[in-house]
Design a protein around this ligand. Structure first.
Ligand code: CA
Length: 525
């Protein structure tokens, strides 16, 4: 009898202890083990046109594609201001550039403002930022951060954290992935994690890993159909920008030896770049790396000297060289996404981790004769977006909803079951990822680019609205010009219909819609 009482007492005690234990790991009514981890992978300047899940025929990206195959891919994912630092500030705050204060690459991010990593951290997430930060101020809201300085280096990059800085030997995309895996290894496993893993790649000047030099050599890439665009129906903004493939530098972009060229052909950027000959980026390499690098590029340089190209042949040769290096850099991005997905598999984290792949904005791969971004035209307005979360997102979904980089912050807070801060301007994607259509989902998006006349590439200031079918853009500052495109009939945006009599009614409607969206986002009163 006595032993029965003791064992009953023991069972009750153990039960009570278990209740106390499980309550102790609960917050906001949800246990930490139930809240999803978040792995947000963002590269820099990766065009949808260079991802096979988006139908690219330039490159095969099986690891990036895996995220879409096991989750959802967004066909209409856009950036609100197509340039590096502003896109990152929108990501963190869920607010447009004119509210978060980073209008262009010259401005410093105010780290005192509210961001989603800060909110997740105070709700019990372990937060980390690894890779390219590019916001000038020190990261805030992270338990751990390890970042590149500014744009960062492709080889043996300087890595900065709160303990100081050091050079890490190797190739930047591998190193950022190593640091991410090391941080995940050492994390507090009783907490969910939210990690921002930001690659430098494939940013200009496109330096591939040594093992991928020559991976695309000899392949003939087709010229985009708009390669020889003469901008005849557009405002002066397209013609006067400085981002044509013709404007690329033979030394810095094409990596030729200064002695092998008669004169530098490019202007692509600004006056500051003229001093950036190829020695300025090779200085980060060690002797062994430099030897392999020089063997490869010196032979291209010698061929160039011997063939003596000019005019159209030179321009098309530049395009081929651009594609070889840009896509070579992406081979490492895809390989390293494969590594991190495999790590999640091995650790049993796949099921409960939301994985996102995106880029800070799109990029031109020769369309309209360009490289770079900035314009509201489709190639640079679009951001790739693929998401996987096996627990909640059904595999193999495709969304055509208009989604924005403004939506990331509210989405993560929604998944973490934290009610969204009222002043965030994006909307959670959670319902869409469940295959549902939210009733009040946006039917159009607002865009505004500000970096002119300062900065690179001389793309004039402009703002505009894009609906599922039309796009209206107003270029201002030192011009006052409008462009209107019918994306259904003219998906490559070659015909400006602003003065076309057949479009006057839709034009008036779009002008009204643009006025009202500007008021709604707080940019006009
Ligand atoms: Ca970028």
């Amino acid at each position: 009898m006595r032993s029965k009482i003791i064992s009953l007492f023991s069972i009750i005690s153990i039960g009570l202890l278990l209740v106390v234990y499980f309550n102790s790991i609960k917050k906001n009514g949800i246990s930490f083990t139930e809240r999803p981890n978040i792995l947000f992978i963002m590269s820099d300047d990766h065009a949808e046109g260079a991802i096979s899940a988006y139908g690219s025929e330039l490159i095969h990206t099986p690891n990036i594609d895996r995220i879409a195959k096991e989750g959802i891919i967004f066909n209409n994912s856009f950036v609100t201001n197509s340039i590096c630092a502003p896109s990152r500030a929108v990501l963190l705050t869920g607010k447009y550039s004119h509210i978060n204060g980073v209008l262009d690459n010259g401005q410093v991010f105010d780290g005192g403002q509210e961001t989603f990593p800060k909110i997740l951290q105070s709700a019990g997430y372990e937060t980390a930022m690894i890779g390219k930060w590019h916001l000038k101020s020190e990261p805030t809201g992270f338990n751990y951060w390890k970042i590149l300085q500014g744009q960062g280096e492709y080889y043996n990059p300087l890595i900065i954290d709160n303990a100081g800085e050091r050079n890490v030997e190797g190739y930047v995309t591998d190193i950022i992935t190593d640091l991410a895996i090391e941080t995940l290894e050492n994390r507090d496993k009783d907490k969910p994690f939210a990690m921002l893993l930001h690659h430098k790649a494939p940013h200009r000047n496109w330096m591939p890993n040594l093992k991928y030099l020559g991976a695309f050599k000899g392949k003939k890439f087709p010229l985009p159909e708009t390669f020889y665009d003469d901008y005849s129906t557009r405002s002066l903004a397209a013609k006067e920008s400085d981002m044509r493939i013709d404007d690329m530098f033979l030394t810095w972009d094409m990596k030729l030896k200064p002695g092998d060229i008669d004169q530098e052909t490019g202007s692509g950027g600004s006056g500051q770049v003229s001093g950036m000959i190829r020695d300025s980026y090779r200085e980060w390499m060690n002797d062994e790396q430099r030897k392999i690098w020089e063997t490869y590029y010196d032979s291209i340089s010698a061929d160039f000297r011997n063939t003596n190209l000019s005019g159209k042949a030179l321009l098309e040769w530049k395009f081929q060289r651009y594609m070889e290096d840009y896509l070579g850099v992406i081979l490492s991005v895809d390989e390293n996404i494969g590594r991190i997905l495999e790590y999640l598999d091995q650790e049993g984290l796949t099921e409960n981790t939301i994985v996102i792949y995106t880029s800070d904005q799109g990029f031109y791969l020769g369309e309209h004769g360009w490289f770079d971004k900035r314009f509201m035209y489709e190639e640079s307005l679009s951001m790739p977006l693929l998401m996987r979360y096996p627990k909640e997102i059904k595999a193999g979904q495709i969304s055509d909803d208009i989604v924005l980089n403004l939506d990331f912050a509210p989405t993560f807070l929604d998944y973490a079951d934290i009610s969204t801060s009222n002043d965030m301007q994006g909307q959670s994607l959670r319902l869409i990822t469940k295959g549902k259509q939210p009733l009040d989902w946006r039917k159009s998006m607002y865009y505004h680019y500000y970096e002119y006349p300062q900065g690179w590439h001389f793309v004039k200031r402009h703002y505009g609205i894009r609906t599922d079918r039309y796009k209206l853009i107003h270029f201002y500052n030192d011009i006052n010009d409008w462009e209107l495109f019918d994306l259904k009939l003219d998906p490559t945006e070659m015909e400006n219909r602003f003065n076309d009599p057949a479009y006057q009614e839709i034009k008036s409607q779009l002008i009204l819609q643009l006025d009202s969206i500007r008021v709604a986002v707080g940019e006009s009163h």
